[in-house]
Structures are given as structure tokens and as C-alpha cells.
Design a protein around this ligand. Structure first.
Ligand SMILES: *Cc1c(COP(=O)(O)O)cnc(C)c1O
Length: 373
């Protein structure tokens, strides 16, 4: 038995014909930039997420960068964010010249802890940038209350959380602006890089639309300084096919997650394995993450038994070599540090077979039974 962390082959096989005919459509159109495919994909995305405006861009990272620029965030501004995520959020804050201010994550979760946010607010704070990590919504009700009280913008990094919801809304449509990624390993993945900016504010929509295309409204007339942050027609054409299946895949991921939780609880592993608490939000499980003290031993044991796993993420952002100059140090955010040592992502993808999932779960149970002897 060998169970890969992800099976792109299985994922794509059943869409083969549809994807090849989308290639053919773009091939025949001869138009590869800023055409109908991008427009239609934006429409489909807005419709699926019940969002007013969607703008397709070149990556999730660029979605965050353009969001910050469109809100006028730059030199002298502070942005409150999480120390435990992929580098893109903090990298973008720094690239616009602003200062990232980290706030630790929840004790039994992976997202920014709203109870610690108010303490980090200064007169320079302009925005809060929560990340819906691994597909689980951050505590948006509390975050929005704080943002309203202090008149701060909220930029949602929903790169891993397409179609996750909380407070009756899809994430990415709750704050001022939402950022999505179509990196191949995301729940809605393309054949390369791609991203989306979402908003219900017309002014922000107009701004991002200009920013992604060198500030052009008419050909070669530039109103502001932007860049080339467009999505290609070929990516949009593929994503138009894939978005039709997103609800089906989400249901499958949730079902697989539910089964893992049931098995671990039934085997009495709740003392060893911490799984983020259920709080009524709709988690879309981009990853299924265990928090286990003996992470490296378990990872090796599973690999020896043919189960591939992954670590997200091994080092909190403020301890990254690139960011040491910010002056944070080890011990500053204990929950983020604990998570980086204890996290282990196990296979969860819509195409995993029941027997394969049971095998993964049984090996994890076996590991703990052996240790107990
Ligand atoms: C993937 C990811 C991004 C960046 O998206 P890209 O499309 O790879 O640029 C940003 N934030 C998070 C949390 C991500 O997982």
C-alpha cells in the first residue's frame, strides 16, 4: 500500500475531455490575454461565492499585494496579521512598505487569536489581515467587531479556503477585500499560478482593475501606476471547468474529515491528537492537520508504512531568515511555535478511496497503541 499526499492524476482524469475542449476553445479564439474566458470565470466565481465583484489576477500573492495597494496601505502603516501561515501575506505587507505586526494564533486552532488583537493596535494600524488557514474560517465576527470599533480595513487571505463560510457568508466576502489562490494544490487549482481579488466596494474594484493592468483603461492610456498582474485566458478556461465541481469536492473533503475525526475519537486518541475545535463555521479542509507532540516520529512511522504526509509550516514567519531584522525572537508567540513543531498534514483529497483513508487512520492508531505498551 502506498498512499500519496495528493493524486493529481485521479483528480484530473474525469475532467479530461472538458479540459481538452477548453484548450481547444482558447486555441481557436487566438486570444490569450484579457478575453472572454477571464470574464466568464470571474462571473462564475462571483456567482458561486455570492460576491459582487471578482477580479482574476496572476496569483494569490498578487491578490494580496493589489489589495493592500488599493486600500492605500504603505510606508508608515501597520498591518496586524498572523505569524503562522505561508509567507505571501507578510511578504506583501513588506513589499508595499508597511510594517507587519504579528498576533499569536488560537490555542486549539491555527488562526489569529482575536482576543489578542486589540493589544496590538496603535495609531499607525490601518488593517487586519486574517488568514483562513487550512480551509477553516478565522473568527470573523470578533475580527469585524474590532475592525469596526477602530475603523480598520480587513483583508481576508482566503487562499486556502474557497467556499468556506462563517456568519452565513463565504470567506472573502466578509471583510473589505478577499484574496484567493488557484495554485495547483488549493481546493480550486489551475494548471499553474492564478488568483482572485473579491470585494463589494465599487471603488476598490475599479482600483484593482487598473492596478492589475498597468493602470490602463483605454489602450496605452495609463491613469495610475500598476503592473502586469493579469490571469491568462488558458488558466481561466481551465478554472471555468473546475469551478463546476467545487461544491462536490468540498462535500467530499468534509466527509473524509468527519470520518477521520470519528475514527480518532472512537480509538480514544483525543489525548494525543488535537484537532481544531468545531465552532459552527464551515471548514473546507484544504488540509487535514493533526497536532501531535511526537510529530517527527509519527511522520517517519507513516512513511515507513507507505503513507505520505506533509508539514505546514515548519517555522513561524517571524523566525524566518528573511524577517529576523523585524526584531521578534523565539518565545514571542508560543502557540505559533508549538504549532510549527506539532503539525502534521495527512492525506485528504476528494479522490482518496475509502480503503485508503481507513489504512491511513489505522496506521495512526497503531502508532499510538505501540507507544502505549
Ligand atoms: C497559497 C497561498 C498564498 C499565495 O498564493 P499563490 O497563488 O501561491 O501566490 C497566500 N496565502 C496562503 C495562506 C496560501 O496558502
Amino acid at each position: 500500500m502506498f498512499i500519496s499526499f495528493f493524486r493529481m492524476d485521479r483528480h484530473l482524469e474525469k475532467m479530461r475531455d472538458e479540459i481538452f475542449s477548453s484548450f481547444e476553445r482558447v486555441f481557436k479564439s487566438g486570444r490569450f490575454i484579457s478575453g472572454e474566458e477571464v470574464k466568464e470565470f470571474e462571473n462564475a466565481f462571483s456567482k458561486s461565492l455570492n460576491i459582487k465583484y471578482s477580479l482574476a489576477v496572476s496569483s494569490g500573492t498578487d491578490a494580496i499585494l493589489l489589495s493592500l495597494i488599493s486600500l492605500g496601505i504603505g510606508q508608515g502603516d501597520e498591518v496586524i496579521t498572523t505569524p503562522y501561515t505561508f509567507f505571501a501575506s507578510v511578504g506583501s505587507i513588506l513589499r508595499v512598505g508597511a510594517k507587519p505586526v504579528f498576533v499569536d494564533i488560537e490555542k486549539n486552532g491555527f488562526n489569529i487569536n482575536p482576543l489578542l488583537i486589540e493589544n496590538a493596535i496603535t495609531p499607525k494600524t490601518k488593517a487586519i489581515l486574517p488568514v483562513h488557514l487550512f480551509g477553516k474560517p478565522a473568527m470573523m465576527d470578533k475580527i469585524m467587531n474590532i475592525a469596526n470599533k477602530y475603523k480598520l480595513f480587513v483583508i481576508e487571505d482566503a487562499a486556502q479556503a474557497v467556499k468556506a463560510s462563517v456568519m452565513g457568508k463565504y470567506v472573502g466576502s466578509i471583510g473589505d477585500i478577499g484574496c484567493f489562490s488557484f495554485f495547483p494544490s488549493k481546493n480550486l487549482g489551475g494548471f499553474g499560478d492564478g488568483g482572485m481579488v473579491t470585494t463589494s466596494v465599487e471603488e476598490l474594484y475599479e482600483k484593482v482593475k487598473l492596478l492589475r493592468n498597468h493602470g490602463m483603461k483605454e489602450r496605452f492610456i495609463h491613469y495610475i501606476t500598476g503592473g502586469n498582474h493579469r490571469m491568462d485566458e488558458i488558466q481561466a478556461a481551465i478554472l471555468r471547468v473546475k469551478i463546476k465541481y467545487i461544491d462536490e469536492w468540498t462535500e467530499k473533503r468534509r466527509k473524509i474529515a468527519k470520518k477521520y475525526i470519528e475514527i480518532f475519537n472512537k480509538e480514544g486518541l483525543e489525548d494525543f491528537i488535537t484537532i481544531p475545535e468545531f465552532d459552527g463555521s464551515q471548514n473546507v479542509y484544504n488540509q487535514f492537520i493533526l497536532r501531535v507532540k511526537e510529530r517527527d516520529e509519527l511522520k517517519n512511522f507513516l512513511l515507513k508504512n507507505g503513507v505520505e504526509t506533509a508539514i505546514y509550516y515548519p517555522l513561524p514567519l517571524y523566525l524566518q531568515p528573511a524577517l529576523l531584522y523585524l526584531g521578534y525572537k523565539e518565545g514571542d508567540f508560543p502557540q505559533a511555535e508549538k504549532s510549527s513543531k506539532e503539525n502534521l498534514a495527512i492525506p485528504i483529497y476528494p479522490e482518496i478511496e475509502e480503503g485508503e483513508q481507513e489504512y491511513v487512520a489505522s496506521k495512526i492508531c497503531e502508532f499510538y497503541k505501540r507507544r502505549n505498551l
